[in-house]
Ligand binder design. Structure first.
Ligand SMILES: *Cc1c(COP(=O)(O)O)cnc(C)c1O
Length: 455
């Protein structure tokens, strides 16, 4: 039997880039860890995959039993530059050796300032901007709302159907899916209002009617029910993440941005999942020429280390009183070094173009699959953020069972894929941008087998 010591603990792109199973999944070492976990961790902490990771890099995850899996998830869009990407490892290591923490609120350091400069440069619009750093997506979304409230002097927040903004009290209220994110955790903060968000698939081919209806509903909510002078911001994901990779109907988001601007409401783009190159642009807002007042980034920002940011109009960001924003760990220096390295990697390795290319490959493969499997009702996404919605053939009725079956089959065959969608009937793909064409296509061969096996 393979022992832990036999397994490379060094990750990064030098790991053999292959799908290779040497035990059942989960293997004996993973099962041992699962048994320890069962007595040490609370039951409510889930993991969608049963194997425990020993190393990762390029396009693979290697488990503690020595099995090598194709990674189509990137730890939910985090390791876009690849796991243990060389620049990230090198620059974060150097920072670890220099100092690990001072608290930016006590002793400041250059890395924080440099990350802010980069995000001010890379986010849409060439107006004066400021960036504040945080630890998690939810924390950054909450702080975006704090900025918007102070800048406008208004309390209300408008969010959309199927939104996912996090698991803190305020962001649970902003999230549009009860199970598992909200069930039992209320009461939630008030002043959060939800509006419909039209998509090509949900509008049954009549996008214009759906878009106009959604804009009418937004007007009814904001102008009639709540009062525009009570609304600080609208917060929207330019491509919905957990909600099922829903790209809003073309023209809807620019119309929402205009609607907000006319009423002094700030337009906040939650780009936690879409930002930093995932969709083939630095920020997904760019696909429709949006220039948000505030942009929230997190997941892919620091190559796997926890870091999040709010970047926004200087006048909005400067409206908050001194000392009003911050946190003990916010903008940790090691995470900042990793973020600078991740941004450098995206630029040096042309990863925006790479995201486009991976998206084309995935879309092509899914179209071929849809041609022989009528359960694939919709294929959508932007760049390397691609999903297939799985339905009862010829209808819009969700088939979550088929998605669960495909994911389970893929896992047993050495491929990691994720679900999404408020009905759990969406297969979503977020490969690291460091994956090779060959490995990606092999992963999609396995998915095709998985669909075939359940037909
Ligand atoms: C993941 C996610 C969040 C929450 O980020 P955490 O780091 O998990 O708190 C918020 N918004 C979107 C769009 C996300 O995908």
């Amino acid at each position: 039997m393979t022992t832990l010591d036999d397994i490379a603990v060094l990750g990064g792109p030098q790991l053999p880039q292959r799908r290779h199973l040497i035990t059942e999944v989960p293997g004996p070492r993973s099962r041992e860890l699962a048994a320890r976990r069962a007595t040490a961790l609370p039951a409510g902490l889930g993991s969608s995959q049963p194997f425990y990771v020993a190393a990762a890099g390029g396009g693979v995850l290697v488990d503690v039993d020595g099995n090598s899996f194709i990674d189509l998830a990137s730890g939910i869009a985090v390791t876009s530059v690849g796991n243990s990407a060389p620049r990230v490892v090198e620059q974060a290591t150097a920072q670890l050796q220099a100092f690990t923490h001072t608290c930016f609120l006590v002793n400041p350091y250059e890395g924080y300032v440099a990350v802010a400069e980069q995000l001010n440069r890379l986010t849409p619009g060439d107006h004066p901007k400021r960036t504040a750093l945080f630890n998690t997506g939810a924390e950054a979304v909450e702080n975006a709302v704090k900025y918007a409230r102070v800048a406008t002097g208004r309390p209300g927040v408008v969010v959309f159907d199927r939104a996912y903004h996090g698991r803190s009290a305020l962001t649970m209220a902003m999230t549009g899916k009860a199970a598992p994110y909200k069930s039992g955790f209320g009461p939630f903060p008030g002043e959060v209002y939800r509006a419909p968000l039209p998509s090509p698939f949900s509008s049954h081919g009549d996008e214009e009617t759906a878009r106009e209806a959604a804009l009418d509903a937004l007007h009814e909510l904001v102008d009639i029910q709540v009062g525009a002078d009570q609304i600080a911001c609208v917060v929207v994901e330019p491509v919905q993440g957990e909600g099922g990779f829903i790209v809003p109907s073309e023209g809807f988001l620019p119309a929402v941005a205009d609607f907000a601007r006319q009423r002094g409401i700030l337009f906040v783009a939650d780009e936690v999942q879409t930002g930093l190159g995932r969709t083939g642009r630095w920020f997904a807002s760019e696909h429709e020429g949006l220039v948000p007042d505030l942009v929230v980034s997190a997941k892919a920002l620091a190559g796997g280390l926890p870091l999040a940011a709010v970047t926004g109009r200087a006048d909005v960001m400067d409206s908050v009183h001194r000392g009003g924003i911050g946190g003990t760990y916010s903008g940790n220096p090691v995470a900042c070094a990793a973020a600078l390295a991740a941004i450098e990697t995206i630029e040096a390795e042309g990863l925006l173009e790479r995201a486009e290319r991976l998206g084309e490959l995935m879309t092509e493969r899914l179209r071929a699959l849809a041609a022989v499997d009528a359960r694939i009702g919709d294929i959508r996404g932007r760049g390397a953020m691609v999903a297939a919605e799985v339905v009862v053939p010829g209808t819009h009725e969700p088939d979550a069972g088929a998605v669960a079956g495909v994911i389970a089959f893929a896992q047993q065959a050495g491929v990691v894929a994720l679900n999404a969608g408020t009905r759990n009937n969406v297969l979503r793909f977020l490969p690291p941008l460091s994956i090779s064409d060959e490995l990606l296509l092999e992963g999609f061969d396995v998915l095709a087998d998985a669909f075939a096996a359940s037909r």
